[in-house]
Design a protein around this ligand. Sequence first.
Ligand code: ATP
Ligand code: LTN
Length: 332
Amino acid sequence: MEERKTLYSAIQPTNNLTIGNYVGAIKNWLNLQENYDCYFSIANMHAITVRQDPAELRKKTLALLALYVACGIDPEKCCLYVQSHVSAHAELCWVLNTFTYVGEMERMTQFKDKSARHAENVNMGLMDYPVLMAADILLYQAQYVPVGEDQRQHLEIARDIAQRFNNAFSPTFTVPEGLFMKVGAKINDLQDPSKKMSKSVENPNGSVFLSDDRDTIIRKFKRAVTDSQSTIRFDPENKPGVSNLLTIYSVFADKSVEEAEAEFDGRGYGEFKAAVGEAVADKLAPLQAEQARILADRQYLDSILKSGAERAARTAGKTLFKVYKKIGFYQI
Ligand code: ATP
Ligand code: LTN
């Protein structure tokens, strides 16, 4: 049998997920799980680079796992686990820190954004975020990493670090490649379509959360910023608001962008925005119900995490062992 390629991705259990996270990440994982050896983690170690309420963090960790499963990620096919359950992540991160330069971390876009947003807490972890992410990926020798457009820079660094280590010693890490989807790799904010939709925003009207109820979803789409023209056409450059809505509609109504354009040809913005809201609300309602059902079964969730952590630790342990050997850590 041909050996399957390995694929790795993760989401931080911070805040509630937005439709951006769903479209840019989880939804793509569904098809991928059929053909790859998949590891999907809950990145709680990344989450604490920004202050978290401990009780909330615990709650969101399980909620994210329940969401993975509710969306159709199959724990029998994929390894689902919590990052902090596998100590190799912190250990490899430490080694990789010594192959990473302060200057390159200071230049990372996300670091600059987040340090501006959390000026009171520009901690070392925030700066080290990309190195921990590199450790995540490299531990599993992942060939592919499906993420949204916003993670491109982090993936480049992971590749650089892998190559640096391989060149310094001998081939140790698989150099990973990003998998960026054509449609939906970047869903933008409904109030400011020049920005990506994010789960940690000041203006909650710009982000649609997977936990929003029907009325909230429809209201947010009705208020979405468009432009002063009246044609419904995909043109991200000149019509960022309308193009973003077309992208969202095409994903949630399972149509191509061209089909969506044709469907709304000659119709008004009001009608269009209502239809996008309906399509999103229709898709999210059953997901929310399924998530609540799974979340009530704590034993089931714990059993997924236990076997996930064991499997992840086995794979990660092998890589860490090789790394320790190459760098000259005396082994007993
Ligand atoms: P935060 O706003 O708290 O930094 P985030 O919304 O960026 O978080 P992450 O946990 O950092 O979410 O990312 C999870 C996954 O979702 C990543 O693969 C990321 O690329 C993807 N993603 C995040 N926002 C979007 C978006 N607006 N459009 C498409 N994909 C997205
Ligand atoms: N930083 C990522 C989350 C993440 C990740 C990873 C993604 C942490 N570790 C490893 C892919 C591979 C984000 O999406 N914001």
